[in-house]
Design a protein around this ligand. Structure first.
Ligand SMILES: Cc1cc2nc3c(=O)[nH]c(=O)nc-3n(C[C@H](O)[C@H](O)[C@H](O)COP(=O)(O)OP(=O)(O)OC[C@H]3O[C@@H](n4cnc5c(N)ncnc54)[C@H](O)[C@@H]3O)c2cc1C
Length: 377
């Protein structure tokens, strides 16, 4: 019999000990579902040298299997926009809203569920008990020269109404483009409060002042907001591309298990999908099988897009605007959430200017199918 009193499938009477290095998004999201793994004893190990967890927002489009996350979300929008110097597209979807989930809300929820299901949480020590299966969720090494999504975001409060709380701004390219693809991401929590991020896709991070100047300049020029209170700050550097594992001897999970979508840096939804698939596999074979949540075709398309953005970043505003104009809100959400079928992929391909993508594909082919980087920094 299992811990919850249900009968175990025959031939799988042995309990499986599973150890996960890390207590971030992937480790806790899996631990929260321990009740679905009644034959497994799960231990989370907080790694030696782990930095203190920093608050931030996870943005994602809703969909099947995300009910707990959407219920806990701080805000959601059924309208979102992409803007360039010359044009703007607004997409809507009542069925697939865009959600903002506070990291601490999700991790507290997961910790509570994990504890109730008997998950053990330990600090790493030199003598850890043996485990049948081990996963490593510590961040993977990032090769020098890799494309990065890097940003600083400020949660700001204005004295008067300056934001449109109905519309999330996914990308506003009306900022300096001289360091690579650069846009403002603005999540309006009300008419006076918003998370405003200066985000770049490029291999080089910038000095802190440059992101902050971009935010200040944008708020002054486009929202008429020159004085504001800063409630919180968040910062991120997310590698865009396929990465090796932190320790090749240990199976990876989360960002260290290929969950970050290379073309967007989105990972929350893909981590949940990776965990869904692993739990489903455990139901069939008894073994948690953690695999990439991305389709090969999507990774190939992402590699070409990243090549275009790296070499011709000045084309970025036009590319994303075209995509926004070609797709409905539902389609855009499905594409970004990794749920595209062949028809939708074709629609995206047809919306793009052909020459840069042919040149990008050619560059990739002459590089042997992937970007070449220096060794991990
Ligand atoms: C500021 C920020 C905003 C983001 N916003 C979004 C978003 O809006 N939407 C989205 O889909 N994705 C977003 N992401 C990307 C992604 O969802 C997150 O990075 C997510 O937390 C990845 O989960 P993970 O479990 O792989 O890694 P983490 O949650 O980072 O967990 C990693 C684990 O490794 C430990 N660790 C880290 N460094 C070390 C070290 N040097 N030594 C030992 N242990 C270490 C940590 O303590 C933690 O236990 C964002 C990332 C950041 C940083």
């Amino acid at each position: 019999m299992s811990r919850d009193g249900t009968k175990r499938p025959q031939g799988r009477s042995q309990r499986r000990s599973v150890r996960i290095l890390g207590d971030g998004c992937a480790a806790l999201s899996l631990a929260a579902r321990a009740a679905e793994l009644p034959d497994h004893d799960i231990t989370l190990v907080r790694p030696a040298g782990a930095p203190a967890a920093a608050e931030h927002i996870w943005g994602f489009w809703g969909g099947a299997g995300l009910e707990a996350a959407t219920r806990l979300a701080r805000a959601s929008w059924t309208r979102w926009a992409i803007a360039t110097e010359t044009d703007k597209v607004v997409m809507t979807s009542a069925a697939r809203p865009y959600f903002a989930l506070q990291r601490s809300d999700w991790t507290s929820y997961c910790r509570g569920r994990a504890a109730a299901a008997g998950v053990v949480m330990l600090d790493e020590t030199p003598a850890m008990p043996p485990a049948i299966q081990q996963f490593d969720s510590r961040p993977p090494p990032v090769p020098r020269g890799m494309m990065l999504q890097h940003f600083i975001g400020l949660e700001v409060r204005a004295k008067t109404a300056v934001f449109d709380p109905e519309t999330a701004i996914l990308m506003d390219f009306r900022v300096d483009q001289s360091h690579g693809m650069h846009f403002i991401y603005l999540l309006p929590f009300s008419s006076t409060e918003a998370l405003v991020e200066s985000t770049l896709f490029s291999p080089q991070t910038l000095a802190e002042d440059e992101y902050l100047a971009a935010i200040r300049d944008y708020l002054a020029r486009h929202c008429g907001l020159c004085e504001f209170e800063t409630l919180r700050r968040e910062r991120g550097v997310i590698p865009l591309g396929q990465l090796g594992r932190r320790d090749p001897a240990i199976e990876g999970i989360g960002g260290n298990g290929g969950a970050i979508r290379p073309s967007s840096g989105y990972a929350f939804i893909f981590i949940q999908r990776q965990i869904d698939n692993a739990i489903r596999a455990a139901g069939v074979t008894g073994r948690l099988a953690v695999t990439s949540p991305h389709m090969r075709v999507d990774l190939a398309m992402d590699a070409v897009l990243l090549t275009v953005l790296r070499h011709w970043p000045e084309r970025a505003p036009e590319l994303f605007l075209r995509m926004g104009k070609a797709l409905t809100g539902d389609e855009f959400a499905r594409f970004l959430n990794g749920e595209a079928d062949w028809g939708l992929r074709l629609k995206v391909v047809m919306a793009m200017p052909k020459l840069p993508f042919l040149r990008g594909a050619l560059r990739l082919v002459t590089n042997g199918g992937q970007a070449k980087y220096a060794r991990a920094a």
